[in-house]
Design a protein. Structure first.
Lengths: 708, 106
């Protein structure tokens, strides 16, 4: 039955295990056979012969996962329960194939031993070659490590399909290399983070407040008439500018604005306009302000009379300090000349220069008014230090100055700050000009002045047209000096004084202390000579009332009063002042009063009618210590002295009543008209002086020249 | 009659003559001054009838250009007393009748 039906067998019905192999082959072959061609069935010898009926019988077979070789049940004796027990579960595992591998887990003991052993032997040569391999393999290795925790299960080798024997070798190599390097490869899965926090500096708060921007107040009124006025004024200014530009006259000050804005124009007033129209009122205003500032001093000047003078028994007086005149530019200079103006009693001229040979610079000449102590009325600059000034008696605006360089110059006071109208160019003294004096006009009505200098010449200067013509008036020659050389030894002249009445007569003081009387008629001979002092004569000055008396002062600490007609070459009066005397001056109101200044800062006032031997007043006038007082002048009208010092200050002081004693009104005893003196005051003074002198004079040939 | 007419005509002429901007007082530096003046002229011409709007325009433009806190006054008749930061004040006339004060003070 079986063989003939073999063709129509389906696979599901065939189940015989025993004859599997053959049957399988056959059935499969037979399946193919169905399509191709029928084939003669082969029949094995031991095949069961079944009937057709039996062949058609469907035999159901269930496939299970049971191991057919495993027993159905296993009974074991349990010593615990002392009975036979069936093992609950029979192991159905059937191992078909076993192959022992030679892989070791690298963390296991054996692997470590192996690595240690191989590290020693395989150092060096395999290292470098294995490095690249290591790197390439790292990724693979990482994968491998991840997938399989261990690869000790040799049964699972089939799962490791990528494993080849070559790779196994490489891996062992890698392991050894890694041991050598002992570096753990970094990967994105097994790196460890390390973090640390540095020390943060502590915070500190700081606060600053800046200064706010500077602010100004501003106020104005903005109404229609203001606007109108501003525009009108602006138009006027523009027209003026146009007119000036058209007229081709140089127009300074406003021109600079025209170039900039054509539309907008600054409406501020220009400074120049101010001076022109406002000059006089401003001047007055300045005086007023000064008067207000120095109010007390002005009051004192006018009205203050020291009441203490009445109670002083020795007739002493005091000097009340009034204004001080100083200027920025004069701080470094010394006052070298003082002169009151003959016309205006409050105007005086101060010359500034330097007595120091080494510190010579520019000079200044300032004209101050007592009414304005803050600022000079006129300022004149000179190239060299001013040594002496003189104001012309008839033309009080003409000032002649003598300079340290030896030049002389004439200034016009009306032209403030202008250069001199005339100055000596090449013709000059070789040494500083110590004294300068205006003279009466000469025959051609030209102005003349004289100057004396250390170079030994007295020169007369004539203002002819536009230049100064010089003329040697006197050569100071010492007639007694031995003249071994052709060049005569010239004396240095330091002081000069012209007689008030006798035009031709003048005195010359020299640096070695002689006082020589000279005449304008002679140019090389003296009329008379007196050895007045031991050191240089600083000043010689005639008495304004007594025409025969003159006074000299010197660096040898003395002031001497002389009578030039006296037969003996001796002074009438001598005063020792304990310090070099810089200047002396006769008082204009009395023939017996005079003042002197010394280098130690004192002012001495003498009144011979009160005290013949001592001063009536001695007062320290200098502001700072160690200032030398250089010059002194009496004010012609007011009882005021001005004193200059070597720091550039001019101090004015008022004389107390005791210092200005004038002889009382004398009742005329005689009614003789002829005897009645014309110049009442002058004769009185003259007589006063005479009286004094008579006491001092030695009688000449027993003739008494006293008069009462 | 004729005189009055002339006077009126004269006044109008004056106004025309005075229509240019005239700086009365200023302590600004050159460029700031010109710029501010131009700005004021523009503002006044734009808002010829409205002083407030002109002042507003001036103030805001100055704020933008030169920094915070400007003040502007535009008018025809007023008096003033102000505190201003140094070098930041402009006081000018324009158009014959208008006065403008511009200052900075924060």
């Amino acid at each position: 039955m079986a063989p003939s039906k073999a063709m129509k067998k389906s696979r599901k019905t065939r189940t015989e295990d025993e004859s599997q192999s053959q049957g399988h082959e056959e059935s499969g072959y037979a399946g193919m056979e169905d399509w191709m061609q029928p084939k003669q069935l082969l029949k094995p010898d031991d095949q069961l012969e079944l009937t057709e009926g039996e062949l058609k019988e469907e035999v159901t077979r269930i496939l299970t996962a049971n191991n057919p070789h495993a027993p159905d049940n296993i009974i074991r004796f349990s010593f615990k329960e002392n009975q036979f027990k069936q093992v609950a579960h029979v192991d159905q595992l059937a191992v078909h194939f076993t192959l022992d591998g030679n892989l070791l887990h690298k963390d296991s003991e054996d692997a470590k031993h192996q690595m240690a052993r191989q590290a020693l032997s395989e150092l060096g040569s395999d290292f470098m070659s294995g490095l690249n391999a290591t790197r390439a393999q790292q990724a693979n290795d990482a994968e491998a490590d991840e997938q399989g925790g261990t690869f000790m299960r040799s049964g699972m080798t089939t799962a490791m399909s990528n494993r080849d024997p070559d790779k196994d070798e490489q891996e062992t190599q890698q392991i050894t290399i890694k041991n050598k390097k002992d570096v753990k490869p970094a990967n994105q899965f097994n790196y460890s983070e390390r973090a640390s926090q540095t020390y943060n500096n502590p915070l500190r708060e700081r606060y600053v407040q800046t200064e706010p921007p500077p602010r100004h107040n501003f106020s104005a009124n903005a109404n229609q008439w203001e606007i109108y006025d501003a525009y009108m004024e602006d138009l006027a200014k523009n027209e003026k500018a146009k007119a000036a530009a058209a007229g081709k006259t140089p127009h300074h000050g406003k021109g600079k604005d025209d170039g900039k804005h054509k539309l907008a124009v600054m409406a501020d007033k220009d400074g120049d306009e101010l001076k022109g129209s406002m000059g006089q009122p401003l001047h007055i205003l300045e005086r007023m302000v000064n008067q207000n500032t120095f109010d007390e001093i002005s009051e004192d000047f006018k009205y203050y009379e020291d009441p203490a003078d009445e109670y002083k028994d020795n007739g002493n007086g005091t000097l009340l300090p009034l204004w001080t005149f100083s200027n920025e530019r004069t701080k470094r200079l010394a006052v070298t000349a003082l002169k009151f103006n003959p016309l205006y009693s409050d105007l005086f001229t101060v010359g500034y220069g330097s007595y120091d040979f080494l510190k010579q610079g520019e000079g200044l000449m300032l004209c101050y008014s007592l009414k304005n102590p803050s600022y000079p009325e006129f300022v004149f600059e000179t190239e060299s230090g001013v040594m002496c000034v003189d104001v012309h008696p008839t033309y009080p605006y003409l000032i002649c100055v003598g300079l340290y360089s030896g030049h002389v110059a004439v200034y016009n006071m009306l032209q403030n700050q202008a250069p001199p109208i005339m100055s000596s160019a090449e013709a000059k003294h070789a040494d500083p000009v110590w004294q300068i004096n205006w003279q009466k006009d000469d025959i051609d009505t030209n102005l003349v002045f004289f100057s004396i200098s250390s170079d030994g010449y007295v020169l007369s200067w004539t203002l002819v047209k536009n230049e100064l013509k010089q003329n040697v008036k006197m050569i100071l020659q010492d007639p007694q000096a031995t003249q071994s050389v052709d060049q005569p030894a010239l004396e240095s002249g330091t002081a000069m004084a012209f007689h008030g009445d006798l035009d031709y007569l003048y005195l010359v003081g020299t640096e070695d202390g002689k006082v020589r009387t000279c005449s304008k008629a002679f140019s090389s001979q003296y009329l008379d000579t007196v050895q007045a002092h031991y050191m240089g004569v600083y000043k010689a000055v005639w008495n304004p009332f007594h025409s025969k008396i003159f006074m000299t002062c010197s660096a040898d600490w003395s002031v001497k009063i002389w009578d030039y007609t006296y037969h003996k070459k001796e002074p009438m009066f001598v005063f020792d002042l304990n310090s070099a005397v810089g200047d002396v001056a006769w008082a204009p109101y009395s023939s017996t009063v005079f003042a002197a200044v010394t280098a130690d800062g004192n002012v001495y006032v003498f009144d011979l009618s009160v005290n013949k031997y001592e001063e009536v007043c001695r007062q320290m006038v200098a502001k700072k210590k160690k200032t030398r007082l250089t010059h002194i002048q009496f004010n012609p009208k007011h009882p005021v002295l001005i004193i200059g010092d070597d720091r550039g200050y001019v101090q004015s002081v008022k004389l107390s009543p005791n210092l200005r004693k004038m002889p009382k009104e004398r009742k005329l005893m005689t009614t003789d008209a002829a005897k009645a003196p014309k110049d009442d005051k002058k004769t009185k003074e003259f007589e006063k002086m005479e009286k004094l002198l008579s006491l001092v004079r030695e009688p000449e040939k027993l003739k008494d020249s006293s008069s009462t | 009659m004729g005189d009055e007419g002339n006077q009126q005509g004269g006044a109008q002429d004056n106004r025309r003559l005075h229509s240019y901007p005239l700086i009365r007082h200023s302590d600004m530096n050159e460029e700031m001054r010109t710029e501010a003046m131009e700005l004021c002229v523009t503002a006044c011409e734009k808002f010829a009838s409205n002083n407030e709007a002109a002042a507003k325009l001036i103030k805001e433009s100055m704020d933008k250009k030169f920094g915070a806190s400007w003040h502007a006054v535009v008018g025809e008749g007023f008096g003033f007393e102000i505190k201003h930061e140094v070098r930041n004040l402009l006081y000018m006339f324009f158009g014959g009748t208008i006065a403008i004060v511009v200052w900075k003070c924060s």
